[in-house]
Design a protein around this ligand. Structure first.
Ligand code: ZN
Length: 350
C-alpha cells in the first residue's frame, strides 16, 4: 500500500512509498481505510527536518496527524463498516504521569507521550491504518470529507473548555471574543464562539482572499488592523497567530476580568520591545487570565465532532481550499499558496 514517509531529521526526505507494509496488528484492533489527511505547519516542520521522531527501531516516519478514514473492521463491534472516524493524535506516556493516567494526555507532564505522524508513532497518510478503537472518534457521516477538520477542531474545543472554566470564577458573563488569525484554527475558534452565541471578532492581516467573507458569513466581524486600533476591549481572546506583537497586543487589550488563551506556537528568536511593568500592572489590576493551550484529549475530540456536526456544511467546505490527490503530494506540502486555508491530501480507493 501507499504511505507518505519521511526520515526524521533529514531535510526534504518526503516521499510516496508504493510498497509500504500493511498496518501491524499491534497498532490497534480497529482497521481504517484512509480518506484524507490535512496538512499543517507541523508537517512542514517535520519535512524540513526540524521536528519528528521515527517509531522505535526504525528511521522512517509515516506523516499525517489530521486524519479521516472509513472503518473496515472493528473487533469491539462499536463501530460499523463505513463509519467515518478520525484517529486521536496523542497517546499517553508509558510511565504514566498523573495526567496521562487519567486520560488527560494533552496535559502530559513528562513529555514522554507519543503522537501519530509526529513523535514515535506512524501517522495516517497511508492507504490503511490501525488504532485502538478507543482512540478513534466517530464523525457524523453527513460530514464526508469535512471530517478531516476534526483534529484542528479538537484543539479549539479544548481551548474553549478551559476558557469556560476560567469565566466561571465570577458572576459576569463575557459577551464577545476576539480571535487573532484567520487560519484554520482561528476560523474554527470563531465558529465555536458563534456556537456559544458570542459576538465574534476576527483580526487578520489579509484584506483579500477567502478569510474576510468566511468571517462575515459566520456572522462575525472581520478587522484587518492592529489589535490596539480595534476600539474596544475584548472580553475573551483566542490568540491563534503566535506572532509576538499580536500576543503582547492582546494581553494589553483584553478587558477587565478578561481571559486570553494562547494557542499559536512562536518560532522564537524575534525580539520586540515590551513594557513588562505596564503589562504586569494591567493584567493584575484587571484580574486577567493568560494561559496556553495545546493538543486535546478524548473529551475534546468528541466535543469537536459535535461542533462540526452542528456547523453549516457549505461554510466548512470553504475552509478546505485545496484537495490534492496523494499522487500529487508535493503540491500539498510545498509552501502555502495565497488563499490557502486548509489543504488536504486525498486517498482514493486502492
Ligand atoms: Zn504523561
Amino acid at each position: 500500500m501507499r504511505a507518505l514517509t519521511v526520515t526524521p531529521g533529514t531535510k526534504d526526505s518526503l516521499r510516496l512509498e508504493e510498497d509500504f507494509a500493511e498496518p501491524a496488528e499491534h497498532e490497534g484492533g480497529l482497521l481504517v481505510e484512509a480518506v484524507a489527511v490535512g496538512v499543517c505547519g507541523t508537517d512542514r516542520e517535520i519535512i524540513a527536518g526540524d521536528y519528528g521522531e521515527a517509531p522505535p527501531g526504525g528511521d522512517r516516519l509515516v506523516i499525517g496527524h489530521e486524519s479521516l478514514g472509513r472503518v473496515v473492521e472493528d473487533p469491539t463491534g462499536r463501530l460499523e463498516f463505513g463509519d467515518l472516524v478520525a484517529g486521536i493524535v496523542r497517546h499517553p506516556d508509558p510511565v504514566p504521569c498523573a495526567n496521562c493516567a487519567e486520560g488527560q494526555w494533552d496535559m502530559c507532564r513528562n513529555g514522554q507521550y507519543t503522537e501519530h505522524g509526529i513523535k514515535a508513532l506512524d501517522g495516517f497518510a497511508r492507504d490503511r491504518w490501525r488504532i485502538e478503537p478507543e482512540h478513534a472518534v466517530k464523525l457524523d457521516r453527513s460530514l464526508g470529507l469535512l471530517g478531516v477538520l476534526l483534529e484542528p477542531t479538537s484543539v479549539v474545543a479544548k481551548a474553549w473548555e478551559l476558557i469556560d472554566r476560567f469565566v466561571e470564577r465570577d458572576p459576569w458573563q463575557p459577551e464577545n471574543v476576539l480571535v487573532t488569525g484567520a487560519g484554520p484554527i482561528g476560523l474554527l475558534a470563531a465558529l465555536l464562539g458563534k456556537q456559544r452565541d458570542l459576538d465574534v471578532h476576527v483580526v487578520d492581516l489579509a484584506t483579500d482572499g477567502p478569510k474576510p467573507q468566511l468571517t462575515h458569513d459566520l456572522g462575525a466581524t472581520y478587522h484587518s488592523k492592529p489589535v490596539h486600533e480595534l476600539g474596544f476591549a475584548p472580553d475573551l481572546v483566542l490568540e491563534c497567530t503566535g506572532a509576538p506583537p499580536v500576543v503582547f497586543g492582546v494581553m494589553d487589550a483584553v478587558g477587565p476580568c478578561g481571559v486570553v488563551c494562547l494557542t499559536g506556537v512562536s518560532t522564537g528568536g524575534h525580539q520586540i520591545p515590551v513594557d513588562a511593568g505596564a503589562l504586569n500592572r494591567a493584567l493584575v489590576l484587571e484580574n486577567n487570565v493568560v494561559f496556553g493551550s495545546v493538543n486535546a484529549n478524548a473529551r475534546h475530540w468528541k466535543a469537536g465532532a459535535d461542533a462540526l456536526a452542528a456547523a453549516d456544511r457549505k461554510w466548512l467546505n470553504r475552509l478546505i481550499t485545496r484537495r490534492v490527490p496523494v499522487e500529487h503530494y508535493r503540491e500539498a506540502y510545498a509552501d502555502p499558496q495565497a488563499g490557502d486555508i486548509k489543504v488536504v491530501v486525498e486517498f482514493g480507493e486502492r
